[in-house]
Design a protein around this ligand. Sequence first.
Ligand code: C5P
Length: 238
Amino acid sequence: MPALWVVMPAAGRGTRFGAALPKQYLPAGGRPLIAWTLEALYAHPAVAGVVVALSPGDPDWPGWDEYAGRPLLTCAGGATRAASVLAGLEALPESVRADDFVLVHDAARPNLSLHDLSQLIERGGADPVGAILAAPVRDTLKRAGDDGGIDATEPRERLWRAFTPQMFRRLQLSRALAAAAGQGVEVTDEAMAMERLGLRPLLIEGAEDNFKITTPADLARFEFELERKQRERGTSGE
Ligand code: C5P
């Protein structure tokens, strides 16, 4: 299995969450969230290293430079998530070739399972363009009017929620993100930048619980998941 590098955007200052700390540093199970996110990635033996894009002069970054004996690099992120990812792609080591696949994974998405990561790496690596983890929309979708009333019910067939990690080739992704930025389009994930070039990344169904921490309720849910996993390990005698 070829070695894979990961770019992790972690330069958000997390104003939506409403806490003093950016959400990637909020404590859960005695460690900052980003430690759990990194652990989930390094759990896969194909992950060679991670580049974390930080807000310039980030006072909260713990200063790690390796994890599980593998390199952990940092770079300065940008004003948008896409700019942070682009900066991370530029900071990858030279050993990562232009047509090598790289993974992009949000720092605020700590509950990624090894099973889903393996699926993405195996199936995405076999696709010419790349792939993303995602889940089908299961709720009924409403379009709201300006007054907060319902204007319409939208069909949910074939609609998916995009997660990360997302996996694309280094140069193609850099070009796609730079093209969107050059046209003033703010892409909200990497696949959107690729789609704008007419490319069709593969959707790989992943677990619903690969959620992004956005609200205090998400953090409580993650803490619950951590405790559940700890209990499971306890009862299996590990
Ligand atoms: O704010 P949002 O939840 O969309 O952030 C998703 C990820 O992108 C987070 O890990 C956040 O730190 C990162 N981000 C970034 N640079 C920005 C904004 C967000 O790296 N300018």
